[in-house]
Design a protein around this ligand. Structure first.
Ligand code: ADP
Ligand code: ZN
Length: 574
């Protein structure tokens, strides 16, 4: 018994217990009486006949269901059809989603075994109870400044570059600033949408200054064991200090720097890691020449502690590229690719409003892949067009056999409604594509309307925006009748409501010029939003009614060609 007192043996016991529990759990759940199996075709028949009451979807090999007026549970093959849920919902079946129970428990048992083995091995390797917090060198990306890029590799973002120029200068020559007693920021927070080039900016700063670049991600620090993240932070800073000057880049800082106010008393591990980071930053002396750059796309979720003076007290926004910047980014990423002369890159820049730098890069890369697949000389307009619409809407579904004629018609009228309303309401809107080809992201079809680039939106702009959103449903109603409208408009209605809500409660365009969100006053807002959308719905319906022949022509052309471009639409709608 004496041996049991050593840690080695405690781990042995843990291992054995886990293995036994694992095996028992797996055996128990395997041994449960299994529900009756029904052929998938029979199941679909039952759905069509309205006999199925509820279905539990899972990612496993089987899905289970119950029948009306019957307590028994049945199972059938899981077809893993993407649109099964929608189909069931439309057939009036109640649907829940769940991880497969039996499999899940078997997996749990299996995981316990694996966990025990991992703990055991870790323990053996470190020769103690506490897994040694050895910093995994592979988690940090250290880049030599010679490989790094500079500001010339960043298109646009002129203000952002300007606002970090002094930091670059400081990194080059820390003593210059120390001599004047200047206190430089220790941390910079880059915030902006994903793919806008925050990482690029941090790398370029290191590159411009000629210092090493240490890149980690906030999520790397959030580990299973308390204390490991904090130790990692300390080691990272130690490494940087030993090397002298440098840029430490922490991507996704929100993973460890989230506000602590979320009710739960926080996550010990995250808090320790965060505190370690703040302590290390505090510990730098001003002439160290090390700067920490953190990136996030959710600055509003960050813990206040991170933003105090002496921490990440300089905030730099990295914005989406404007037209000129998009042109530059496209030129930058097209430079190493063969582009056919008839390809219009100017137009691509114009059409990619709201695209991030990363999306533009991805688009050009996809276009190159398309051209390579077709084996043509150079990237042609069609390769770019395909990549463009894929980026907008997810790839076109290859298998269209499951779509019923009736559904195609609904989609055609619905999308024609959007396209026609957008074109008629404002000649500045450019409807560049309408299609009834479904996307993998779940839409039956879509309509691309590029609104003009604006700094401010007028009341009229917002009303038109709501009308364009509602126009899909209006067209359905006009053609199929009040009873014939479908669930396909849910997303449009959500958007219209959001805009109407802001119109009334935030922009003071309804009754009363106050920010009623700030006042936390729900009084009458909901009613006003409902009245506004009802009025605009009526106006949209009138507009489409007056132009019914155009609407019909568009829908028919869509049914025939599946996809219409800007010229097709103008030829009918204008
Ligand atoms: P973030 O860190 O903001 O998510 P990244 O810096 O990882 O974005 O950007 C991903 C890629 O997108 C970059 O490597 C670059 O190729 C491209 N990119 C993004 N913004 C720009 C830009 N302003 N100029 C040039 N390329 C850009
Ligand atoms: Zn729609």
């Amino acid at each position: 018994m004496k041996l049991l007192h050593t840690y080695q043996n405690i781990f042995g016991v843990v291992l054995i217990v886990a293995v036994v529990v694992g095996i028992i759990t797996a055996a128990y759940f395997r041994g449960r009486p299994s529900p009756e199996f029904v052929e998938y075709a029979v199941f679909i028949e039952a759905v069509d006949a309205g006999q199925v009451e509820s279905v539990v979807l899972s990612s496993g090999a089987e899905i289970s269901f119950t029948l009306e007026n019957d307590d028994a549970t049945f199972v059938t093959n899981n077809p893993r059809r993407e649109d099964l849920k929608e189909f069931l919902l439309l057939s009036g079946v109640s649907v829940t989603e769940r991880a497969p129970a039996g499999d899940g428990f078997i997996q749990l048992g299996f995981m316990l075994v694996v966990l025990a083995v991992v703990v055991f091995v870790l323990h053996r390797r470190s020769g103690g109870v506490r897994a040694k917090s050895g910093f995994n060198a592979e988690a940090v990306n250290i880049e030599n400044s010679s490989k790094l890029c500079g500001f010339d590799d960043i298109a646009g973002n002129v203000e952002a570059k300007e606002s970090v120029r002094d930091i670059v200068d400081y990194l080059r020559e820390p003593s210059k600033y120390a001599r004047y007693g200047a206190r430089m920021p220790k941390g910079i927070l880059l915030h902006g949408k994903p793919g806008t080039g925050k990482t690029l900016m941090a790398r370029a700063m290191a590159g411009e200054a000629g210092v090493p670049f240490y890149a980690v991600s906030g999520s790397d620090f959030v580990q299973m064991y308390v204390g490991v993240g904090a130790a990692r932070v300390r080691e990272l800073f130690k490494k940087a200090r030993e090397a002298g000057r440098g840029v430490i880049f922490i991507d996704e800082i929100d993973a460890l720097g989230k506000k602590r106010s979320d009710g739960l008393n926080g996550n010990d591990e995250r808090e320790q890691t965060l505190n370690a980071l703040l302590t290390e930053m505090q510990g730098f002396c001003d002439k160290a020449g090390i700067i920490v750059i953190a990136a996030t796309n959710r600055p509003d979720t960050l813990d206040e502690a991170l933003l105090r003076p002496g921490r990440f007290d300089r905030r730099v926004e990295i914005g989406l590229p404007d037209l000129a910047a998009r042109k530059q980014i496209i030129a930058l990423h097209a430079a190493n690719k063969p582009i056919a002369p008839e390809t219009d890159m100017e137009k691509l820049a114009v059409d990619t409003v709201f695209f991030s730098g990363a999306m533009l890069e991805g688009l050009l890369n996809d276009a190159a892949i398309n051209a390579a697949k077709r084996g043509v000389e150079a990237i042609e307009p069609t390769d770019i067009a395909t990549a463009y619409y894929t980026a907008l809407a997810g790839s076109e579904k290859k298998d269209r056999s499951g779509i019923r004629e009736q559904e195609r018609a609904v989609t055609a009228w619905h999308e024609s409604g959007h396209a026609l309303a957008a074109t008629l309401l404002n000649p500045e809107n450019r409807v560049t594509k309408v299609t009834i080809i479904p996307t993998t992201s779940g839409a039956g079809g879509f309509c691309v309307n590029i609104p003009p680039e604006r700094m401010y939106w007028t009341k009229k702009d917002l009303e038109e925006q709501i009308m364009v959103n509602l126009a899909g449903r209006c067209a359905e109603e006009l053609h199929f009748g009040v009873e014939g409208v479908t669930t396909g408009a849910s997303n449009d209605i959500e958007k219209a409501t959001q805009t109407a809500m802001q119109y009334v409660a935030k922009f003071g365009m309804g009754e009363g010029i106050v920010d009623r969100i700030a006042l936390k006053d729900d009084h009458g807002v909901n009613k006003e939003v409902a009245q506004l959308t009802a009025r605009l719905y009526k106006e949209t319906k009138n507009l489409l009614k007056q132009n019914y022949s155009k609407l019909e022509a568009l829908a028919n052309m869509l049914l025939e060609k599946e996809t219409l471009d800007g010229e097709d639409i103008l030829s009918i709608a204008a």
